[in-house]
Design a protein around this ligand. Sequence first.
Ligand code: SF4
Ligand code: FES
Length: 373
Amino acid sequence: MNEPLLPPIGMLAELTHRCPLQCPYCSNPLELLKANRELDTQTWLDLFSQAADLGILQVHLSGGEPTLRRDLDQLIAGLSARGVYTNLITAGVGIAEGRIEAFAEAGLDHLQLSFQGARPATTDRIGNHKGGHEKKLETARRARAAGLPLTINAPIHRHNIEEVPEFIDLALSLGAERLEIANVQYAGWALTNRDQLMPERAAVDRQAEIVAAARERLTGIMNIDFVTPDYFAIYPKPCMGGWARDAFMVAPDGTVLPCHAAQTIPSLSFERFGPRSLAEIWRNSPAFNAFRGTDWMQQPCRSCERREIDWGGCRCQAMAIAGDAAATDPACAKSPIHARMAMLIDEAQRAAAVPSPGEQFVYRRIGVVTEPA
Ligand code: SF4
Ligand code: FES
């Protein structure tokens, strides 16, 4: 039985796909939108107003790089005027003098800053941006000076997994109240680069031990969130907290989506804000209703005691690996094709061991046409 539909709580607003970095694990779609496809200021403000009416309590302003929007302080002020908690998710490079202070003045509540590495050379290489690390350190200092609470986000993969202890020290030194050790999820650009990004099993085990010890040591000082790498898990995560259950996202052109990778499910079509209101899309969109609750589930999820804990895992991962968005997430040990995850890990290790000529990663770029793995 499906539970009654409740209002959503959180919304991720991808204001733009433009970004000065080119991370090969970016969760944005492979087909990135150019600036001329982005919603204008007034349309975003109307959307935020409808989101507040709908019950949204938190908005995460993201991208691409959201600070590339010149109207960002206006957008923050619009949300703040409606009492919505605003979190800015930024790569923290190229932010002009005075802007962070202006965001804080407009009512920004929190800043989340990503580091591609704990060491400058790693940050610069993974983001393909020279001098990026120094700029991020400066952004963190300015955010703290402006009185903003700070989270450091560390997307983890094979090329920086050994830096986890240094990420912990870095976050502490920057006065962060939270550190996210977020193992890369294989969707979007990360799926294209999966073989290069997949860590080794021994490194994953070491990382889990280091994080567990640090969590204990830093209780009351800094929170550490840990996203276990799916391919090494026994049970999947409740992706997005369950499909269209209490959160959704909006792409730069106003397309309203249940999750980052939803557009990889070919049987679904998604609606845009403008022609339809947010409330109509949230309640009635066939794509939103496709995997809500538990009625859509097949076995083994249908009769599983965890079905209202993880909601069957990730629909997009089921699509990518099982070829069926309604299948049990193959990350789950109960999935009939769970063994495929271990095979994909082994394949990735073999592929990564072969030195490749030229570029190691397919870096994220607008206009590059590429195929998922
Ligand atoms: Fe979750 Fe389905 Fe696995 Fe049960 S069978 S643990 S509901 S993914
Ligand atoms: Fe789409 Fe997990 S990314 S449901």
